[in-house]
Design a protein around this ligand. Structure first.
Ligand code: NDP
Ligand code: OXD
Length: 306
């Protein structure tokens, strides 16, 4: 079996070597234009030329959870697209989001400002009941995040496309459940895939439905958020702040107003990093299973977009 590797923003060599070591029976190499046709591909954000060059692929294994960049391409029609399924990302996402929620809830930025002035001053404890957290997207990452937040005893709500039942989480679903979900949420966490249905989902109309003092945590994709609506709502005092890890343009341009906004925290798309060893082990296992005709998890529904 022949496997081609195409990772646009990272060096391919360690991925090629790792996958080759995990699948000694295969012939693994970095994609070059005009390379012989491969059976499987391991990719991150490949160019269109890669897909055009590899029409015989049976499976395309994405080295990330989100497949929005991949599904924008003209892919070989019969290739199965497979996303990374946790592979060490959900625990990172849970710690990142819990940190962001707790930093806001416990006013840790205000204490840091006090420290800078050698000021010893307590703030009145806040009530968790006043800070219900709503997680949009109850998939691999969203469920883990929701349960981690519930373990800190925040009231947690979750919203998904289909009805879900997650222990300790008040679940809402579909368009019908969206307004109720938002109306009881103060801290909104986005863990949705980017699809035609979810693009721009955090906008003036939806963010205005949050409880007063709303706080936004976007760890999914930048295009879920309408940047100018967020800034306007923060400046009008309708929202208290935002922690943003993902952006419409990455790296976030230096002139973007998010950088300097006093109510916005920016991190460089780092909330849950792809871990190479875990990812290679998972992809190698799936390639073996798939080539034996066994079912695998993480197959993307190309029509649905995730
Ligand atoms: P999953 O595919 O496992 O879960 C997606 C969830 O979103 C599901 O619960 C799904 O509903 C729900 N959903 C999808 N469309 C809609 C909709 N129209 N309305 C309501 N709910 C919807 O994804 P993951 O949890 O693995 O990952 C989520 C996203 O996180 C990725 O797509 C990626 O963009 C982002 N990500 C960001 C990282 C970072 O470092 N910042 C790292 C990794 C991922 P249902 O349950 O009904 O299917
Ligand atoms: C992913 C990501 O989708 O890193 O895995 O954003």
């Amino acid at each position: 079996m022949r496997i081609t590797v195409c990772c646009s923003d990272t060096k391919a060599a360690p991925w090629v070597d790792g996958l080759q070591a995990a699948l000694p029976e295969a012939e693994v190499s970095e994609w070059q234009p005009g390379a012989p046709p491969a059976d499987y591909a391991m990719v991150w954000s490949p160019p269109q030329a890669f897909c055009d060059d590899q029409p015989q692929l049976k499976g395309i294994f994405n080295t990330g959870a989100g497949v929005d960049a991949l599904l924008k391409l003209r892919l070989p029609p019969d290739a199965v697209v497979v996303r990374l399924d946790d592979a060490g990302m959900s625990v990172q996402m849970a710690e990142f989001v819990c940190h962001a929620v707790i930093r806001h809830f416990r006013e840790l930025d205000a204490y840091a400002r006090d420290e800078a002035q050698s000021r010893w001053g307590f703030r009145k404890p806040r009530l968790r009941a006043d800070f219900p957290v709503g997680v949009m997207g109850l998939g691999v990452l969203g469920q883990r995040v929701a349960q981690a937040l519930a373990a800190f005893e925040f009231p947690v709500r979750g919203w998904s496309r289909r009805a879900r039942d997650v222990a300790g989480v008040q679940c809402f679903s579909g368009d019908a459940g969206f307004a109720d979900f938002l109306a009881g949420t103060r801290v909104l966490v986005c863990l949705l895939p980017l699809t035609d249905d979810t693009r721009g989902i955090m906008n003036r109309a939806t963010l205005s439905q949050l409880l007063p003092g709303g706080y936004v945590i976007n760890v999914a994709r930048g295009a879920h958020l309408v940047d100018e609506d967020l800034i306007a709502l923060l400046d009008e005092g309708r929202l208290a702040g935002a922690a943003l890890d993902v952006f419409r343009i990455e790296p976030l341009p230096t002139e973007h107003p998010f950088w300097a906004h006093p109510k916005i925290t920016v991190t460089p798309h780092t909330s849950a990093r792809t871990l190479r060893e875990e990812s290679i082990a998972q992809i190698a296992g799936k390639i073996r299973a798939f080539s034996r005709g066994e079912p695998i998890v993480g197959v993307v529904d190309r029509q649905r977009g995730y």
